[in-house]
Ligand binder design. Structure first.
Ligand code: 5GP
Length: 299
């Protein structure tokens, strides 16, 4: 290029900043797929909807290796089998290649679809720090037709918490009695510390009257409800991205390195359970997430 045609320094600086931002955005998306915050199909949909986006600019090789269980050897065999050149970017795939890739993903990792014949017993669960409590409170405040279950717990009340409203605060002996009399629909020890359980009677009453009951409980509880009531509707709350969940989990980083690592391991394992759920809702903004949970409950 002749001297006079060079872009001015400012343009080059701006272009290199844009390139760095684009690389970061692609790396964040890869983490979302690796940590199962979004499905590979979802990333492909975003790429095809907007080829100029970070998803669209991702190389098909990077996309495949972001998927848990695909290493470089497997990736190359898949690309050969689908007749897709490794230099392709997702947004630049031809119609045949898109179909081949989407078909391959659906076959290997089917996305959970809504089940039919579900009851109005709705469970909201998700990884720690995703904001389940906030979304449940939003539903309670804005959707009075939905009965939010009040759990029993052995945890002491926090300032401002009201017995019978936020929880039924009970001691260990009382919790044992609730279990012994089969008064709990499910119960679990959460974070290896306190016990939590869902009183059965109010749920039976609400469902008996044709109403909708919402349980905001942990993953172990959600699995117990599924076993006890296979027709229950299970909703999994997802963070908008892996990076955002990390931010919410470790915030300003006041915990030590071991505790931070433990929380991240837990979050990763919790996200891997989402395929057990009927619906997935992203908690990008609380009002929208609440609306989406209510919509899932009504389907
Ligand atoms: P927190 O003590 O912060 O209010 O709640 C801690 C965790 O306990 C949250 O993840 C919440 O979902 C879970 N939890 C609250 N109530 C119940 C319950 O009745 N059963 C189960 N299994 N988990 C619960």
């Amino acid at each position: 290029m002749a001297e006079g045609q060079r872009p001015p320094e400012v343009d080059r600086v701006a272009a290199s900043r844009r390139a760095v931002a684009a690389r970061r955005a692609r790396a964040a998306l890869k983490r979302d797929v690796a940590m199962r915050v979004i499905s590979p199909q979802e990333l492909l949909r975003r790429a095809l909807a907007d080829p100029e986006s970070a998803a669209g600019a991702m190389r098909v090789t990077d996309f495949l290796t972001a998927i848990p269980a695909i290493g470089e050897g497997k990736r190359d065999r898949i690309l050969a089998q689908l007749a897709i050149s490794p230099v392709k970017r997702l947004g630049g795939l031809g119609a045949r290649q898109r179909r081949a890739l989407a078909g391959f993903l659906d076959e290997r990792w089917p996305e959970p679809g809504p089940r039919s014949g579900r009851s109005r017993l709705v469970v909201l669960a998700g990884p720690t720090a995703v904001g389940k409590g906030t979304v449940a409170a939003e539903i309670k405040a804005n959707y009075p037709d939905i009965h939010l279950s009040v759990s029993a717990t052995t945890r002491p009340p926090r300032p401002g918490e009201v017995d019978g409203e936020h929880y039924y605060f009970v001691d260990d002996a009382e919790f044992d009695r609730l279990i012994a009399t089969d008064a709990l629909l499910e119960h679990a020890t959460v974070h290896n510390k306190y016990r939590y359980g869902t009183p059965r009677e109010p749920i039976d009453r609400v469902l008996g009257e044709g109403g909708t009951a919402l349980l905001e409980i942990d993953l172990q509880g959600a699995r117990q409800v599924r076993r006890a009531e296979p027709s229950a509707t299970l909703v999994f709350l997802l963070p908008p991205s892996w990076d955002e969940l990390v931010h919410r989990l470790i915030g300003r980083g006041t915990e030590d390195a071991e505790e931070r690592a433990r929380r991240l391991r837990t979050a990763r394992a919790e996200l891997a359970a989402q395929h057990e759920f009927d619906y997935r809702v992203v908690n990008e903004d609380v009002a929208t997430a609440a609306r989406d949970v209510v919509a899932a409950a009504a389907r």
